[in-house]
Design a protein around this ligand. Structure first.
Ligand code: HAM
Length: 412
């Protein structure tokens, strides 16, 4: 039986094949994400992987709605696997925001599902680090979140030479659209056209822009000028004060596909332009209000960073560590009459916090020793009688005999 296209199996290292995903690399990535989020004072939350369909059809936008894994459940509810975390977060915040001091700073590492065409950097399931800040309109919040994004990438050893945050603003585009006499009813379509500038052919873009009453030349000039809005200038200044100026640049080609963004938007890309976006986010000041049916109105912003492009990039830059998970101790059992006391030894050492393995069934001594080496243990321990054990340091080859109680003293 094959797994479904676009889904992954994660194997422990060493990997049996180049094409499979590493469970150890995944763990490493989650650990770095969690560490950085905590350094910035973000708390972890989670929600259900399955949600009512309307949560995603309300305001995520056509593109993502077309990719939903949705179905009718046995209770005749129309449900969907989550394609993103933001609507769930908006619902959760709206339900209990009174219990939390503002700004709310939360992060999550959900597995998300999108029925996309499988290609480099895009699968039908991925894990996404989400960090969101709710309850603050000042651009200082945007700068703080972007700093977190930069540090989340630096945690893997990536530098300003490897990636850049392209910073933009839907407000800037909104003004451009208004000043150019655009029909408000077409604004989202205009945003979608800008979002696809780099993916569609110049002819197709030109045709779309003309239909909306704009010239490609005016759009290109606006992008080339890249004049920061007051809000963007304030974010750049804030990041410069932290010494993070080299990680960001204003780039109005970024506008983001999702429908709920309201102001500042940004995406992280590798500098060489070999990969798809590593992360994307922005302000969504109306989503909490919309999802709570007008009951709660809180400004918000956040970003999502996927694990797929990140792993591709880290692999390409040689930044994934060598994963090896050595055990501490192998308890050898050469005399089966001592199996009972050996099991007690195994258990005591595990309770004391050591990673311990042993032969499950009677096994020849040379095979046991080979297994101990494969597990890269630092020590082997063997019960010699019901009172004494022999401890061997595999590196120094030193051996000591100790009483049962004293084993830990010799394990370092
Ligand atoms: P997004 O741009 O749709 O934003 O996704 C964020 C990141 O998730 C992308 O840059 C990419 O790395 C990864 N990603 C998305 N789709 C896939 C896929 N099919 N396969 C692999 N990786 C993928 C959002 O989802 C927003 N909800 C982020 C956000 C949080 N905005 C505010 N708060």
């Amino acid at each position: 039986m094959e797994r479904l296209p676009g889904f992954r199996d994660f194997y422990p290292e060493p990997l049996p094949h180049n094409d499979v995903w590493s469970a150890d690399a995944r763990q490493h990535i989650f650990e770095q994400w969690r560490k950085v989020a905590r350094r910035y004072g973000f708390r972890e939350y989670d929600g259900p992987p399955l949600e009512p369909l309307e949560l995603f059809t309300t305001k995520s936008g056509e593109e993502i709605v077309g990719q939903l894994f949705d179905f009718e459940d046995k209770g005749k509810r129309h449900v969907s696997l989550r394609p993103e975390m933001t609507p769930t977060l908006a619902r959760m915040v709206a339900a209990h925001e009174r219990n939390y001091k503002k700004p709310i700073k939360w992060f999550a590492i959900p597995q998300l599902f999108r029925y996309e065409k499988q290609q480099k950097g895009r699968l039908r399931e991925h894990f996404q680090f989400n960090a969101d800040l709710i309850g603050e309109t000042d651009p200082a919040a945007d700068a703080e979140l972007i700093a977190l994004l930069i540090d989340a990438l630096r945690a893997f050893g990536l530098t300003a030479e490897d990636f850049v945050i392209r910073l933009s603003s839907r407000n800037a585009w909104q003004d451009f659209f208004k000043q150019g006499g655009g029909d408000p009813a077409n604004e989202y379509e205009f945003f979608q056209t800008i979002d696809k500038l780099e993916r569609n052919s110049p002819e197709e873009t030109e045709q779309k822009l003309t239909a909306l009453g704009f010239s490609a030349a005016a759009v290109n000039d606006f992008i080339a000028a890249g004049k920061p809005t007051a809000e963007l200038a304030s974010i750049l200044e804030n990041l410069a004060a932290r010494g993070l100026k080299d990680f960001v640049k204003v780039d109005y080609k970024v506008i983001r596909g999702l429908a709920y963004y309201t102001g500042v938007v940004f995406e992280a890309f590798d500098r060489k332009g070999e990969f798809r976006a590593i992360a994307g986010g922005g302000r969504y000041n109306n989503l909490v209000k919309l999802i709570s049916g007008g009951k709660v109105d809180l400004p918000a912003l956040g970003f999502g960073m996927g694990d797929v492009v990140l792993v591709e990039l880290l692999k390409a830059r040689g930044l994934l560590p060598k994963f090896d998970s050595p055990m501490d101790v192998f308890v050898t059992i050469e005399d089966e009459s001592l199996r009972g006391i050996s099991l007690k030894l195994v258990q005591d050492l595990r309770v004391a916090g050591y990673a311990v393995d042993y032969p499950l069934v009677p096994t020849k001594p040379d095979k046991q020793f080979k297994r101990a080496q494969e597990l890269k243990v630092a020590h082997t321990v063997r019960a010699e009688s019901d009172a004494y054990v022999r401890i061997r340091n595999l590196k120094t080859r030193e051996e000591v005999v100790a009483g049962f109680e004293g084993v830990a003293n010799h394990l370092g």
